[in-house]
Design a protein around this ligand. Structure first.
Ligand code: ADP
Ligand code: MG
Length: 260
């Protein structure tokens, strides 16, 4: 049997900001239908790595491959065109618009009325309903047509995920998706990630929350000071081992002191 081709691969990616080497020869592989968690302490380089993958930063060295082919990106539009969608912590929703408008933001469908193009609101509402159904998200009809600022944090996160899916994300990158949510909503977002995985989407999940990571990820890649400190399969590792990879030997030191 042939080895499966990673949907996304970074090979020896390095990036420097002035004198700071924020990433040092970082290599990782993400397979279809896989959830890969990216863990690491503050400043480890997680956000920088996803900005390289989503076309925001150009690496100083190294290669990106999509489905086995080199991927040259000039900007985030190139990443999106390839099927790489990124959800940043602020979600980038337009608070005063409804769900459908947020799914199409800047890419609205039009129809002709008296020979002139007008925004096709019927289509937008239909797509909003379809996208939410596909992800098993329940939002009452009257809330679908109101401004998204009236929705809960979990529902808003779901809309950002729905938007990425509607635009055919094959790789979905999520930066701390549950950081601002209450416990039931965190659980819902974890369920959404499992749904996407079952649909063959590859998810790169950045999280500080080891509980979330162990609940939903298949593998964990740990960055430490810009370097890949290690990769583990979730069922073969423990929270202790991951924390140790994140902080190195300083963890053992603090543990010793706290037990004195
Ligand atoms: N635009 C930038 N200019 C200069 N230094 C940066 C920039 N972005 C990130 N860094 C540095 O790169 C390192 C990694 O940062 P970051 O990727 O934000 O870490 P994380 O997301 O894991 O907390 C840090 O030392 C940070 O100060
Ligand atoms: Mg960050």
């Amino acid at each position: 049997m042939n080895a499966p081709v990673p949907l996304l691969e970074t090979r020896n990616i390095s990036i420097r900001f002035g004198g700071v080497e924020a990433l040092k020869r970082v290599s990782l592989r993400l397979y279809p239908g896989e959830v890969l968690a990216l863990a690491g302490d503050n400043g480890a380089g997680k956000s920088t790595l996803i900005k390289v993958i989503s076309g925001v930063y150009r690496p100083s060295e190294g290669e990106l491959l999509f489905n086995g082919a080199p991927l040259q990106m000039r900007d985030p539009q190139d990443a999106r065109a390839a099927g790489i969608e990124t959800i940043y912590q602020d979600l980038a929703l337009a608070d005063n618009l409804d769900v459908g408008s947020n799914i199409f933001l800047g890419r609205e469908p039009t129809r002709r009325q008296f020979g002139l193009p007008v925004v096709d609101r019927v289509k937008m509402a239909l797509v909003a309903r379809e996208v939410l159904d596909r992800l098993d998200i329940v939002i009452p009809e009257r809330k679908l047509t109101g401004p998204v600022k009236m929705l809960s944090g979990g529902q808003r996160q779901a809309i950002a995920i729905g938007r990425a899916i509607y635009w055919n994300a094959r790789v979905l990158i999520m930066d701390e998706p549950t950081a601002a949510l209450g416990v039931p909503e965190q659980r819902k977002v974890m369920e959404l990630i499992a749904t996407l995985k079952a649909q063959g989407v590859a998810v790169l999940l950045i999280s500080h929350n080891l509980h979330d990571i162990f609940a939903v990820a298949d593998r964990i890649a740990v960055l430490r000071r810009g370097e890949m400190a290690g990769e583990r399969v979730v069922r073969d590792t423990s929270g202790d081992e991951i924390v140790h990879l994140m902080v190195g030997d300083t963890y053992a030191d603090t543990r010793d002191q706290s037990s004195i």
